[in-house]
Design a protein around this ligand. Structure first.
Ligand SMILES: [Zn+2]
Length: 139
């Protein structure tokens, strides 16, 4: 697969379980050991209570389309994702909202509705980096 975007660095300690999980086709989410808050993206401390005891749960990979925008041009030459593309804010069943792309759907505002059910698709870019993208559920 052609690399169509800059690669993230999966080596930061607080995010390593996230990237390790994606390589195994698992969407892992950080969960605070003190208050139970499940959040995204991975951080060294809970964004709600600032505790540093962070555990991990596996997401079912399902959620709803909370918000979206359609990109008709690339905002940076480093991104070669074909346009138009759908930038999606997905609300996972476990609670967190995550920013991703919606794929396997026509990038047409008439075909997309907020709250439509979506599911994760694992897109392997390299041996190190797999990205969690989303598609309409039940494809
Ligand atoms: Zn907390």
């Amino acid at each position: 697969m052609e690399i169509d975007r800059p690669l993230p660095n999966p080596m930061t300690p607080e995010a390593k379980p996230y990237w390790d999980g994606l390589r195994e086709q698992k969407l892992m989410l950080p969960k605070c050991g003190a208050c139970g808050h499940v959040f995204w993206y991975p951080r060294v401390a809970c964004p709600r209570c600032h505790a540093r005891s962070i555990g991990w749960i596996q997401s079912k990979g399902r959620g709803t389309l909370h918000a979206f925008e359609i990109g008709y041009q690339s905002f940076n030459k480093a991104f070669k994702v074909p346009t138009p593309y759908v930038l999606a804010m997905v609300e996972l069943a476990e609670g967190p909202r995550m920013l991703s792309n919606l794929i396997n759907v026509e990038a047409d505002p008439r075909k997309l509705t907020c709250d439509m059910p979506v599911e994760v698709v694992f897109s392997k870019l390299t041996d190190e980096v797999t990205l969690p993208l989303f598609q309409p559920a039940g494809r």
